[in-house]
Ligand binder design. Structure first.
Ligand code: BES
Ligand code: ZN
Length: 458
């Protein structure tokens, strides 16, 4: 491993140059006009796998965006197999005017690399390719069998991925999945995520009159669908954030005392957290801590709301339609389909007779809690300790990576969430960045992990 670690250090500048090239490809999965960029990015990634030493790497078409698949057998038989997952698509960069540097012109400022996708997930995905290249370039025998699967639809709901995993279960068979798409607590505070929230995402339409009306002529005698939608939304949740949908909490797996004690030990600075979020006070279920509320409790948020007149000036209209996008973060064992159904039933039940409500489920995913004592997590823990000089703490993440539950359900394997982002990376927001020392230490952590995990099953 020493030779590979030295190689990774000696080649940092080139690795960075390549990562900048990767980030300059605007692979926005939700915007149709970027489809050619998605294709180019997939081909670029395949070429990088081949260049890193993968004997097999290909772009595999799906009904949506292509999946990049690669395979590299270990030097000796009987080694465990890891399946590296990552996503090469990125969130839309908008609002553009808020970026200090252009989102697809990666720029290094100090120790940070700014670009859309820098941390989520291109920078983190690339760590694995460069770690493997470092083995190949130094003739270090590969300690595990490696398979990798990189998708291009994660930020838009992974619609093609689940059927792909079902259809290629043999191809993807592995002992564990390895995913770098989360963050650690600080540049010198490594952590391992062992829980993720699930998600239900709904779009709600409320229709009143069949065309827009003059609000003077009809107002007062025709129910305004925007007014109605606002009142319905207000009834989804109480002022402290408890969700009022009947049955919503029925399947929530309660937090054990042991887990609450452990989460209470996660280093957390409330003032720094408030500052980072740009708020003056926190909010939410008073009986749970901020760490618990943002990782181990289910939540509900309106993501967007529109209807009526929103351009400059006044227009006295009683609109025909109102819309909202609503997401709920879920915890084990809430099922996204079940929660979508309960929400639809409740919204339909509380809708005034004068309007018609339709609820459309966009996408979702299951939450998960992983075994903290598995051999793979133990190997990852030791690997972080080697690279960061500190044993990682275990945390639960509030965001969602639905493929983790899919891997468990379809392939029967657990995942190791080996993240290298930071809490203030501004993923999904303007001025996303990746902390470059984490990029380099990430490569080292992965090299140690491959070594330790390769040794566990001998
Ligand atoms: N990398 C994130 C997941 C994540 C979010 C990790 C926050 C750590 C902190 C991932 O790319 C993501 O954004 N997932 C979506 C999932 C959805 C589109 C199904 C999410 O959480 O909103
Ligand atoms: Zn991501």
């Amino acid at each position: 491993m020493d030779a590979a670690l030295r190689y990774a250090q000696a080649n940092r500048d080139r690795f960075l140059t390549e990562l900048k090239e990767f980030l300059s490809l605007p692979s926005v999965s939700t915007q149709e006009e970027h489809r050619p960029d998605i294709e180019r990015t997939a081909a670029w990634l395949r070429d990088k796998l081949l260049a890193a030493g993968f004997p097999k790497a290909e772009v595999m078409p799906t009904a949506g965006h292509p999946i990049v698949y690669g395979e590299w057998p270990a030097a000796e038989p009987d080694r465990p197999t890891i399946l590296i997952y990552g996503h090469y698509d990125v969130q839309p960069p908008e609002p553009l005017e808020e970026w200090h540097t252009p989102p697809f012109e990666p720029t290094v400022i100090g120790d940070d690399l700014f670009a859309r996708g820098a941390a989520d997930d291109k920078g983190q995905l690339y760590i694995h390719i460069k770690a493997l290249e470092s083995l190949q370039a130094t003739d270090t025998p590969l300690p595990v069998n490696v398979k990798c699967i990189f998708e291009g639809e994660e930020e838009s709901g992974s619609e093609s991925l689940t059927p792909f995993i079902h259809d290629h279960a043999d191809l993807l068979a592995a002992d564990v999945a390895v995913i770098s798409d989360t963050h650690i607590l600080g540049p010198d505070t490594p952590s391992i995520v062992y829980g993720l929230r699930g998600l239900t995402y709904l779009e709600v339409e409320v229709v009143g009159p069949d065309h827009d009306l003059h609000s003077g002529t009809y107002g007062g005698a025709v129910l305004n669908p925007i007014n109605a939608l606002c009142r319905m939304i207000a009834r989804l949740q109480d002022e402290d954030g408890h969700i009022a949908i009947p049955g919503f909490y029925d399947s929530v797996r309660p937090l054990t005392e042991e887990e609450r004690e452990e989460l209470a030990r996660v280093p957390f600075d409330r003032e720094a957290w408030l500052h980072e979020a740009g708020v003056t006070t926190d909010w939410g279920e008073p009986e749970y801590t901020i760490v618990e509320r943002t990782s181990a409790r289910p939540t509900l948020d309106v993501n967007g709301i529109w209807g009526g007149y929103i351009r400059p000036g006044a227009k006295t209209v009683l609109p025909s339609k109102a819309h909202a996008k609503i997401s709920m973060r879920l915890v084990p064992d809430q099922r996204p389909e079940e929660i979508a159904r309960l929400t639809e039933e409740y919204l339909t039940a509380i809708a005034p007779p004068a309007v018609r409500v339709t609820v459309h489920a966009l996408h979702g995913g299951d939450g998960i809690v992983l075994d903290r004592h598995s051999p793979a997590l133990e190997a990852a823990s030791r690997a972080y300790e080697m690279a960061f000089g500190k044993r990682p703490v275990f945390t639960r993440e509030g965001g969602s990576i639905p493929v983790v539950a899919t891997f468990k359900r379809v392939l029967g394997i657990d995942s190791v969430l080996m993240g290298f982002g930071l809490p203030d990376d501004r993923i999904h927001a303007p001025n996303e960045k990746f902390h470059l020392p984490n990029f380099y230490r990430g490569i080292e952590t992965v090299l140690y992990f491959l070594d330790f995990y390769g040794g566990t099953h001998k």
